[in-house]
Design a protein around this ligand. Structure first.
Ligand code: GLU
Length: 531
């Protein structure tokens, strides 16, 4: 019956339940059980989930804490904590480990390991076609990550500015696409990998640039962005877009890079005239203004966290994860990522798509923007380039990252346990490994068992019921597996939760050959232990 009294009790019960949950979260931060937590403890806890103190989504809460601290000098009470949690779904999700990378700490440990290995790699050389790039310290190396939930991680030289160079190309394509749409943009630019060098004097059979991510295509995109507006407004639009992509951090502009680019641009001028000769540009395009605009875009500077946030915006279908700002439509992003996937890495694009298999764009400043759709954006910046113009460490990072995690476009087709899925919670990868091992043993799949062993799965692992691979292999009569497992010195007398051992399983199922093998193994073990 819906009496007033009933409703009231139900409400009270719900509030009590919520309070219990909040108290659990509060206690997990209040390590000293003082009933009060300090703002730094709160932010440290959030940082372990990838949520940083300057997160624009938590600005009000941060301000509130500061005010409260000034007022009562003590810290954050449970009451204030509950009020904040009520205000922010982000806080609840972070503290409960429900963000897209639930175990962010283990994930970033993996990234740090990759970084440390790559730090020693000093091969390649910096771009030297302009002095401003030739003078950059080649040892610098930054990796930044931003997930679609705004979990961030920065490592290395992430406080140093670098210029966008070719990483401006996918964004300029998006800006043009956003206002003109696919059909208009692609009336002027193709979407095929060129198979040629990025600044090669070549157009496709229609006399158009092959795609927007090589120089001719990027010059064309520049001519399409707000083409009727004054050039200053067009540049402002690009800067504003980068600021929105960065989650509110403002990009800067390197005037000397711009001046140098302009002075050494014979090839880009030649490409533009070549395209004009083929009538590729929209009518009344001012060529010089277009080229200068393109050089200016290449000379915009950001830091790696901003580029990671831009990549995360693409990964998130055009919505910046830190501000919630819808920067691009998802259809624009879909087209951009398709192009990054096929054409983003200069003459290495095919190989990158084949081997590594996620969209990326590199630039001659050593910058690289990597997109893992629906998961995260990554920026790697390291100025030393290989012969193809890609950052050496950027490519190596991609390889190692792709070998460790299952983010190749088609990894989902392969039912392999060789790679980690950081979208899974802390123990899920491990549990998956144990379950696969036991399942493989029950089917007699010795190759799979070897693979899992190579991945570090302990052959003695047991499932929730205490059943091990040896139990299953013995019970199902898979002699080869039993032999393999005992040759690997597994423990043969582990008991499951009903007290059963592998040999009992073999007896029960009438696998006499296995009973014999196990008896021999156990007696040898016994003898050697009692020598
Ligand atoms: N500013 C360079 C050019 O247009 C960009 C080169 C690059 O990063 O690919 O030549």
């Amino acid at each position: 019956m819906k009496t007033k009294e009933n409703i009231k009790t139900k409400k009270e019960a719900l509030t009590a339940q919520k309070n219990m949950a909040y108290l659990g979260l509060f206690n997990s931060i209040d390590h000293n059980k003082e009933g009060i937590i300090q703002p730094y403890q709160f932010w440290n806890e959030l940082k372990s989930h990838g949520i940083l103190v300057d997160d624009p989504r938590l600005k009000d809460i941060n301000d509130n804490f500061k005010k409260e601290k000034l007022k009562n000098r003590k810290g954050i009470t449970f009451e204030l904590f509950s009020k904040c949690i009520d205000q922010s779904i982000l806080l609840t999700k972070s503290l409960k480990g429900e963000l897209v990378i639930p175990d962010f700490k283990s994930f970033t440990d993996e990234i740090t390991t990759i970084y440390n290995k790559l730090e020693k790699n000093l091969s390649g050389s910096v771009a030297n076609y302009i002095p401003q790039l030739a003078r950059v310290n080649p040892d610098q190396f930054a990796v930044s990550i931003c997930t679609i939930d705004g979990q961030r991680f920065d490592y290395g030289d992430f406080n140093t500015d670098f210029c966008l160079q070719s990483t401006c190309k996918p964004i300029n394509y998006c800006i043009a696409h956003e206002s003109l749409g696919e059909s208009v943009v692609h009336k002027h630019i193709g979407r095929e990998p060129s198979g040629r060098s990025f600044n090669e004097m070549a157009l496709n059979n229609d006399g158009l640039p092959h795609n927007p991510l090589i120089n001719s295509g990027a010059i064309m995109c520049s001519s399409l962005i707000e083409r009727h507006a004054p050039i200053s407004d067009r540049f402002d639009l690009v800067m504003k877009t980068w600021s929105e992509l960065s989650g509110g951090f403002n990009p800067s502009f390197n005037n000397s890079v711009y001046l140098s680019e302009k002075q050494t641009a014979d090839r880009n001028f030649a490409l533009a005239y070549f395209m004009r000769e083929k009538n590729a540009f929209p009518e009344n395009t001012n060529l010089i203004e277009t080229l200068e605009f393109y050089f200016q875009c290449c000379s915009i500077e950001v830091k790696s966290p901003s580029m990671a946030s831009a990549a995360a915006t693409l990964a998130n279908g055009g919505v910046n994860p830190l501000t919630g700002k819808n920067v691009f439509n998802s259809s624009t992003v879909k087209n951009c990522l398709s192009l990054m996937n096929s054409c983003g890495m200069y003459d290495f694009s095919g190989e990158y798509a084949f081997k590594i298999g996620f969209p990326a764009k590199s630039g001659v400043s050593g910058a690289m923007m990597i997109v893992i759709p629906n998961v995260m954006g990554i920026c790697v910046w390291s100025p030393n380039l290989d012969e193809l113009g890609n950052s050496v460490r950027g490519v190596e990072f991609s390889k190692m990252f792709g070998e460790r995690f299952n983010f190749h476009n088609y990894d989902s087709l392969i039912n392999s346990n060789d790679k980690l899925d950081p979208r899974k919670s802390k123990y899920e990868n491990k549990i998956d490994g144990v379950i696969s091992l036991i399942y493989a043993a029950s089917l007699g799949d010795i190759d799979e068992i070897k693979k899992l062993e190579a991945r570090g799965i302990d052959l003695n692992s047991a499932d929730y019921d205490g059943r091990t691979a040896l139990h299953l292999a013995a019970s199902e009569g898979h002699k080869e597996v039993v032999e393999y497992l005992i040759n690997r010195n597994t423990t043969a007398n582990l008991k499951d939760r009903w007290g059963g051992s592998p040999i009992e399983d073999a007896k029960r199922s009438n696998h006499r050959n296995i009973v014999k093998i196990l008896e021999e193994y156990l007696s040898n073990q016994f003898k050697s232990e009692n020598k």
